[in-house]
Write a protein of this length. Structure first.
Length: 402
């Protein structure tokens, strides 16, 4: 079976996902095409050799609809022979796009692909696409649907994570992200974003709050307590998990992932195409997996997807040098660390989505690039990226430097 090598990985900065955010004025297709243009430029890429572009996009509607991957390819002035497709596995879409792009290489059906993602949350708000799970009462009742924030609080309740536990995790995420930016750990992958006049729009992750402390977080009210109590959604969750008796609401804006705009792209190919293009591989995608889990608690997928990929590769958590676990909510990462018995020192060493934000369709591909950069910086070998996923799923990918 051919091996899938990672030749390059880039991302935009994350802009605040609101009208006042620095990337709000740029359309989703332009944001995505800027990453494709930069990938072409950095690698002197002959795009006629490119077999496919796969982009994650969780809300493929309005500006982000109509197969944004193909439209971004055209806008980036790639050869018209290059197709594009968008995929949606909720929060893991960006990583799943890279896995699909890699699978084309590993199956021998493609020589060169791009995986990545786009989400402009300031322009296409979260929830814009609707969907039967949350809007069809018969489906929601059958699956004990609750919003993800209540799932996060249920997770914290079930595994005994206190408000101090999740707040402390969030403070550390902010500190690590601030340190990484100050020491320019992200400089290899970040691309500056300019407007059509050539003026700089953004060159840093603007959501980071370096001044965050336990005291400042203590002033924030739980985000999901009111909706859980007033709409009966707490009771729905407790019907599925009666052993919890009540839900302890501990998550808020400061210990949950931030809403942001962003895009990313990863160049993936076989060995022969790298030789032909004169570019050196940085790592290979060793294995990947996705899995379904219980949908009410929803957020335990990372541990199960990781165990599935460990079984497939006959590997163990101790074989992994660094982990990137998406910080959808603080309790997600705390549970992952406990479930897999891994050292916190190996997990999200440069912060995560709590500090920098979670552009839904792009985050997974961003994490892949972040992990690869850090493995190189520390001269380590093997890393794992994983994300929890809406409706109770998880995705995990292992990469290995070459």
């Amino acid at each position: 079976m051919p091996e899938a090598y990672i030749y390059d990985a880039i991302r935009t900065p994350r802009g605040k996902g609101k009208i006042s955010g620095s990337l709000h004025e740029i359309s989703p297709v332009k944001l995505a095409s800027k990453t494709l243009k930069k990938l072409k430029e950095r690698n002197n890429l002959n795009t006629k050799l490119l077999d496919d572009v796969v982009l994650g996009c969780v809300h493929p509607i309005n500006e982000q609809g109509s197969d944004i991957a193909r439209i971004s390819v055209l806008d980036a002035d790639y050869d018209q022979s290059v197709p594009g497709t968008q995929v949606d596995r909720f929060c893991a879409s960006g990583l799943e796009a890279c896995n699909i792009a890699a699978a084309q290489i590993m199956s021998g059906q493609s020589d060169l692909t791009i995986g990545g993602g786009i989400e402009s949350m300031s322009r296409v708000p979260m929830g814009s696409v609707g969907g039967a799970w949350m809007t069809d009462p018969t489906v929601a009742f059958k699956t004990y649907f609750v919003p993800q924030g209540i799932s996060a609080d249920l997770l914290a309740t079930k595994y005994n994570y206190s408000r101090d536990d999740v707040d402390l995790y969030a403070v550390n995420s902010q500190k690590k992200a601030s340190n990484a930016w100050e020491k320019k750990y992200f400089s290899k992958s970040i691309i500056d974003i300019y407007d059509q006049n050539g003026d700089l729009m953004l060159n840093y992750d603007e959501l980071i709050r370096k001044e965050t402390t336990m005291q400042s977080l203590a002033s924030l009210n739980p985000s999901f307590q009111k909706i859980g109590k007033e709409t009966g959604l707490n009771e729905v969750a407790l019907m599925k998990y009666p052993e919890s008796k009540k839900i302890n609401h501990v998550h808020h804006a400061g210990n949950s992932s931030g809403i942001v705009d962003g895009a990313a792209a990863v160049l993936i190919g076989n060995k022969e195409i790298g030789i032909k293009l004169g570019i050196k591989p940085r790592a290979k995608i060793k294995a990947f997996s996705s899995i379904g889990t219980e949908p009410t608690i929803m957020l335990t997928g990372p541990e199960h997807a990781s165990n599935k990929v460990f079984q497939r590769t006959k590997m163990h958590p101790n074989d992994i040098d660094l982990f990137e676990v998406n910080e959808a909510f603080a309790a997600v990462v705390l549970r992952y660390i406990d479930a897999l018995k891994v050292s916190e020192d190996k997990v999200n060493v440069n912060g995560g989505a709590i500090a920098m934000g979670h552009p839904l369709g792009a985050t997974g591909s961003m994490l892949l690039g972040t992990l690869l950069d850090e493995l190189e910086r520390r001269n380590l070998s093997t890393g794992l990226i994983t994300l929890c996923v809406g409706a109770g799923m998880g995705t995990a990918t292992i990469i290995e430097r070459v």
